[in-house]
Design a protein around this ligand. Structure first.
Ligand SMILES: [Zn+2]
Length: 295
């Protein structure tokens, strides 16, 4: 027998975090989470393929025994929801209303074609939209724990974060990331949305912030991400942003521990943020008004 090909899911307790929350980690790809409450078990994200999601469901079989399963999609990016086919018909899949159009978009079909051509492990992926959608904050009352689903756009339009007030834990999805979260577009509106989302999460004063990438639980991640964006707009980097000359190294001189692949990714995220900041600084008064920015 040979070991099954492709990435594996690992179930982790997180240091300092209540054991009712477990991480489901696909190394170098994404972290899903499971939250066990008295009334239900919530799987937060279905990972990048149905096979990975099946592995995750096996790993949490003890947690789900005797309790209904609810699935939450933080946002319709491939690494978070392409496992949805594994839970189709088995559990409600909860997501923001705008996730449905993203799952069914031509862009999603294109991404699937591209990833299938590059890697056989995507052969079993089917694009499955959430079955329960919401616009305003949605509260799931698990008895001992409450899950508040908060619309936090800016990384993507459909992005939601999960706030668990009893544990002061925020599952931040991709709204927060080390060293920086990626913007949806390199424009003023995306930058404004993402900073507003980070502000909202920080206003909750979480003790623990668990993003979907990077494995940290440090609540100061929100402050670091907000400081980064502020430094582009009003801080010490604003002049370089205006000149279009702000390098990744200039802002993140200590990021030498990043792998080559991660560094290349975050450099593109930084370039996008700089262009969004330049658009914000250079936007005309009319454009600023239309985007809801201060004049
Ligand atoms: Zn992601």
């Amino acid at each position: 027998m040979t070991a099954p090909a492709g990435p594996r899911v690992h179930k982790h307790l997180l240091p300092g975090i209540d054991p009712r929350i477990l991480a489901l980690r696909v190394p170098d790809e994404v972290d899903g989470f499971v939250v066990r409450t008295e009334r239900f078990v919530a799987l937060v994200d279905t990972l990048g393929t149905p096979e990975l999601c099946e592995q995750a469901l096996e790993l949490i079989a003890d947690e789900t025994a005797g309790r209904p399963l609810l699935v939450i999609n933080t946002h319709a990016d491939w690494d978070h929801v392409w496992g949805n086919a594994a839970v189709e018909g088995r559990a409600p899949v909860i997501g923001h209303r705008s996730a449905t159009a993203r799952v069914r978009s031509a862009g999603a079909q294109d991404t699937l074609r591209t990833k299938r051509a590059a890697d056989d492990r995507f052969a079993g992926v089917r694009l499955i939209a959430p079955t329960v959608t919401f616009d305003t904050p949605l509260t799931l009352d698990g008895g001992d724990l409450t899950l508040e689903l908060l619309h936090t756009p800016g990384h993507t339009p459909d992005h939601i974060a999960v706030w668990i007030p009893e544990l002061r834990v925020c599952l931040a999805g991709d709204a927060a990331e080390d060293p920086l979260p990626e913007l949806w577009e390199a424009d003023a509106a995306s930058l404004k949305q993402l900073t507003a989302s980070l502000d909202l999460l920080r206003s909750l004063a979480p003790d623990h912030v668990l993003p979907s990438h990077g494995g940290t639980t440090d609540p100061a991640l929100l402050d670091r991400n907000l400081s980064y964006f502020a430094s582009l707009l009003t801080g010490r980097h604003a002049d370089a942003v205006r000149e279009g000359s702000l390098s990744f190294e200039a802002v993140f001189p200590d990021s030498t521990e990043l792998s080559a692949g991660a560094r290349a990714f975050y450099e593109t995220c930084h370039d996008k943020a700089v262009r969004a900041a330049a658009a914000t600084l250079g936007a005309t008064a009319e454009q600023r008004q239309a985007a809801g920015l201060p004049g």
